[in-house]
Ligand binder design. Structure first.
Ligand code: GLU
Length: 415
């Protein structure tokens, strides 16, 4: 996975002729932390996990990025995802660097109390290297507002009242209005911009969606509200389709209760993996990485892909899709709405001031459309695809910030 993010980086670095030493500096994580977590399970047995935090780059501000609780979490995963966060924060131009971390546990097998104990132990082990001006975690796969509340509480025990240490907190505990749906809302704006490039609009557009967690479900709802037709949704258990468009509100209610879209009565059942090649105008991968690979890319029927998940397309698949003329809006642009509203939440915490939902959504729309416009401009200017353009823009912004922080005799060209 780390190889894939490096691959896209080098592709962009080639376009601007970036020197090997600068590439090495921009790709090397600033700090990598690995901690042991030993806690007691509810039945008295010992739980034993490893926690990770990779702080990739802080040239543009404190490190920022989610915490993922998943059995596959390891240093390589954290490093690859931290790397993507550095470029993502630069593209939406929020004053943060990039980080990512998590624990190699499976929350579906743990009680709420076990999850809380493991989270608190992780914070205890990392408390010196996180903080409102150092590194600010947020939700990611299998973590949510409750987990963020525990982090805030545990960190505040050590450092004093610090709501700005973490974002994605509950609304009643210094969270921001609009944060929970922010990534999905940003995905919807990215889709609108992509459709504009292809001469279309959301109304009447058919969408196939992989994953129905926080990001996928909010994106589906917002797209359906604008007249888009969610014709198929697949997850790790199964899928459901309806040519006339699924009733998203009913599907959200079903998925909340059953933890899967499988079995929903408002459509026909199908096997999960089929979703990638579903006949629809748009495909939105909103689950885990590597969903689109060399085995299924050639069969993708959508003309537009909006990468709501992080790293859902392997470099091999990316090349195949590019040759097929599919327009891909890359993760570091398409799913940046989450970290954008995380920035608004952090800013509200620091100022001890609360924004109305309208203000959050208006600002989010502005940030997303501006970011898309800047990436589009680079793509036209350099005659490259959106992913390469997004990386070019990010490398330039991060590189310039890094260079301005010190005097260097060597001339480094970032144009
Ligand atoms: N985990 C989200 C992401 O991958 C949000 C990170 C944040 O808000 O800091 O972008």
């Amino acid at each position: 996975m780390l190889e894939a993010s490096h691959h896209y980086f080098h592709q962009a670095a080639d376009v601007i002729g970036l020197a090997p030493k600068v590439r090495e500096i921009l790709l090397t994580p600033n700090r990598v932390i690995k901690v042991e977590i030993v806690e007691e399970a509810d039945d008295g047995q010992l739980m034993h996990y490893t926690g990770f935090r990779v702080q990739h780059n802080n040239a543009r501000g404190p490190c920022k990025g989610g915490l993922r609780y998943h059995p596959t979490m390891d240093e390589d995963h954290a490093a690859a995802l931290a790397n993507l966060m550095t470029w993502k924060t630069a593209i939406v131009d929020v004053p943060f660097g990039g980080a990512k971390g998590g624990i190699d546990c499976d929350p579906s097998q743990m009680s709420r109390f076990e999850l809380e104990r493991v989270t608190r132990r992780f914070v205890e082990q990392c408390k010196e290297i996180i903080g409102p001006t150092i590194d600010i975690p947020a939700p990611d796969v299998n973590t949510n507002a409750d987990v963020m509340a525990w982090i805030m509480d545990e960190y505040s025990r050590h450092a004093g009242f610090s709501p700005g240490v973490v974002t994605g907190k509950p609304l009643h505990l210094f969270g921001s209005d609009g944060r929970e749906e922010a990534t999905g809302r940003g995905v919807m704006y990215a889709l609108e911009e992509a459709l504009r490039d292809r001469g279309g609009e959301i109304s009447g557009t058919t969408v196939a969606l992989q994953g129905f967690g926080n990001v996928g479900s909010h994106a589906a709802r917002l797209i359906a509200e604008r007249g888009g037709k969610i014709v198929a949704v697949g997850d790790h258990v199964g899928g459901v389709s309806n040519e006339a468009g699924l009733d998203v509100t009913a599907l959200v209610a079903w998925a909340t209760e059953h933890r899967t879209v499988a079995g929903f009565a408002g459509g026909d059942a199908f096997e999960g993996p089929e979703i990638i090649t579903w006949p629809a105008d748009v495909l939105i991968p909103a689950a885990l990485e590597d969903a689109i690979d060399e085995n299924n890319a050639a069969d993708v029927r959508a003309q537009i892909i909006i990468e709501a998940a992080n790293a859902p397309t392997t470099p091999e698949a990316n090349a195949i899709l590019h040759d097929k003329g599919v327009l891909i809006v890359p993760d570091i642009l398409a799913n940046a709405g989450g970290v954008t509203v995380s920035y608004f939440e952090w800013a509200q915490n620091i100022q001890q001031f609360r924004w109305e939902l309208d203000r959050v959504n208006t600002e989010l729309e502005k940030y997303m459309r501006r970011a898309y416009g800047s990436v589009r401009e680079v793509a036209r200017e350099k005659n490259v695809d959106l992913r390469t353009a997004a990386f070019v823009l990010a490398i330039q912004r991060v590189g310039r910030a890094a260079l301005s922080r010190r005097s260097v005799h060597e001339t480094i060209d970032l144009s």
